[in-house]
Each structure stands twice: as C-alpha cells, then as structure tokens.
Ligand binder design. Sequence first.
Ligand SMILES: *Cc1c(COP(=O)(O)O)cnc(C)c1O
Length: 384
Amino acid sequence: MKTSKGFGTRAVHAGVRPDPATGAVMTPIYQTSTYAQEAPGKHKGYEYARTQNPTRQALEASVAALENGTHGIAFGSGMAAMDALVRLLQPGDEVLACNDLYGGSYRLLTRVYGPLGIRSRFVDMAGTPDIEALIRPETRMIWIETPTNPLLRITDIAAVCRLARQHGILTVVDNTFASPYLQQPLELGADLVTHSATKYLGGHSDTVLGVVATRSDELAERIRFLQNAAGAVPGPHDCFLVLRGIKTLHLRMERACNNAARIAQWLAHHPRVATVHYPGLDSHPQHALAARQMRRFGAMVSFDLVDDNLDAAMQVLQRTRLFTLAESLGGVESLIGHPASMTHASIPRQERLRAGLTDTLIRLSVGVEDADDLIADLEAALGH
Ligand SMILES: *Cc1c(COP(=O)(O)O)cnc(C)c1O
C-alpha cells in the first residue's frame, strides 16, 4: 500500500487484504503454532508461529504504513517492544531519556538494564533541549516520550534527531500518547518509533501489545532477530484486536481530541484547579511546538488542585462516575488516575517531585463519550 494515501484510508486498508484461502474480508486469526510442509524445507513461507504468523504480519504491515515506515515489528506488550530496543545496545552504553517518562520504562532502564551495565540518565527534554550539552561519549540511544506522561511536556523531535544523527546516536520515540494519527516521528527524523498498542492503537482496553516501526532495513533485521530469538511475540488473537482497533483510530482520535480540548478549557477556569497540563492550551509552555509537530493536541489532560493536599485529590478520584479510576489510557472510555500512587509509583518520590510530578496531580484519559456528560461528571466530583 502506497503511503501517499490519506491516513484514514491507510488505517482501514494498509496491511489487510482478503484472505487468499477463502476471500474472508477480515484478516483471520491464524491460531496455529506450526504449518504443514510439502517436503522437508518446502513450505509457503510459514514454518513456526513464533517466527511467522499471517495475522501478526498484517498488523505489522499496517503499523509500518501508519507510521510512514517500511517495517513494523510486533511484541507481546509495549514493554517487550522497549526491551528489544534497549537490547540493541552493549554494556557500557548509555541511554539518555526524558525525566518524566512512563514508569514502566523507567523501571526497565534502571532495574533491568542498569545492573547489566547499560546506564540511563534522565534529563529534562521539554522544548528544544541542548543535546550537545547533554550527550556524553557513551550515549548511544536517546529515548524520547512526547507528549510525556503525565505532565504532557513536548520535545522537539526534529531538533533532537538532527543532532543525535550527527553524533551517530540512535533516536527512539515512544509515540504511545500521540498515536500515529497525531504525530509521525519517522517523518521528523527518528530512527525508531514504538507504541504500547495496548492504548490508542488497540483503543478498546481489551488487549496488551507493543509495536516498533522503522525505515531502516538494518535496524529492522536486528529487531526481527530479537523478536524471534527472545520470543516476546503477541498471540494472533491480540494482533487481530489491534488490527480492528486501528481501523477506527482516526475517528476515535478526532472525537477524543475534541472532548479533551473542551475539558482542558473548562478545567482551566475551574476555581479548584491550580494548573492544567494540556498542549492545546495557549498557556502550555510548548504550545507552539505542539502545534507544529502534532496534527492535534491529544486526549490526555492532567491537572493539580488549588488545595494542595492528598485527601482533596483522593476525593475527586473517588467521586467520578463516568471517568473510571484505573491505570492505562487510550480506550474509548474515559479514565481517571493518580500517577503518584498508580502508574508512577515505581519512581522514587524525590525523583518524581524533581520532575514536577506532585502528589496531587490527577490524570485524565479522555474517551469518546459526550463532552457534556464528561464535564458534568468532573463538575460533580470537583464540587465548588
Ligand atoms: C503503557 C505504556 C507503555 C508500556 O506498554 P505495555 O503495553 O503496558 O507494556 C510504554 N510507554 C507508554 C507511554 C505507555 O503509556
């Protein structure tokens, strides 16, 4: 499928073709572990399902097309995808990462790879960071999350990737929060883009899966080797669910972005709200950068309360009815969460506070319900 087609067309069609055996319009779930061979070594390109599965291949082709890449590689979770990317490095190498990244990513870098000799340094990458001043000779990978989680800070992907390339440093963008509909890191010069497809790509909170996309044949070959050799592959049913989710990604994102923009505006005027973090607000420090780099501003919103105490935040979190108190994000239903005790609990408190993540920060994953109902729910929970 030519990537010159519009995003919605690619979301519906890329990677998918009627099943050659039956004509089934929807990609079947090839629930098999192995494939019959006509003679030893004579087969249809499928030998063993850790190595090749047609449902997974359809998903991988779809993700590659959505990210304007040439290769898509799927894993059993977003963390498994990240794990494969960090394995591209050697002991002694350093990962330079943003300092308010996903808690699980922080944990993988510090607790799994730190003891193996791959060090990580966490720095403020909001805006256009001075990469020349931040890198060291051992820096081999720059890990960007933008918008960040949960403070919705924006990093200038093109500027970071340009300088990293000059120094031979690999750049990875965790594009989970934006989704490929809103942001295309490969177009901006990133070597690798990764997603927790558990979130917007799947979109229905019913599966866990991870993907990587790239334009580099060399990197794709190394990552595919790791996919098969380490074996953290997704099952075909999960691939099917994400493929189905992708078909409506553009529709869901439009609606969720509309809802989030209205909610962020409304929160910004609420007397109990101190700060609203949303890249679409004029008050956001990287608003102009977000407008340049993203199609729209996303559907994640976070905010602090004026009465800066944990009890006040806990009350709000327990009072919403439509917003479900839960970890995760990116589904059709709206969720509310408390990063300090939930998604980011694995980051030490001092480290959290240094990154600006307060104990009272509340994070919303805005879904595709009716905005009026969502605002009424927040109004009731916040009180006056
Ligand atoms: C959820 C998430 C991950 C991890 O993905 P899993 O599918 O849960 O393993 C990584 N990065 C970001 C930004 C996430 O939100």
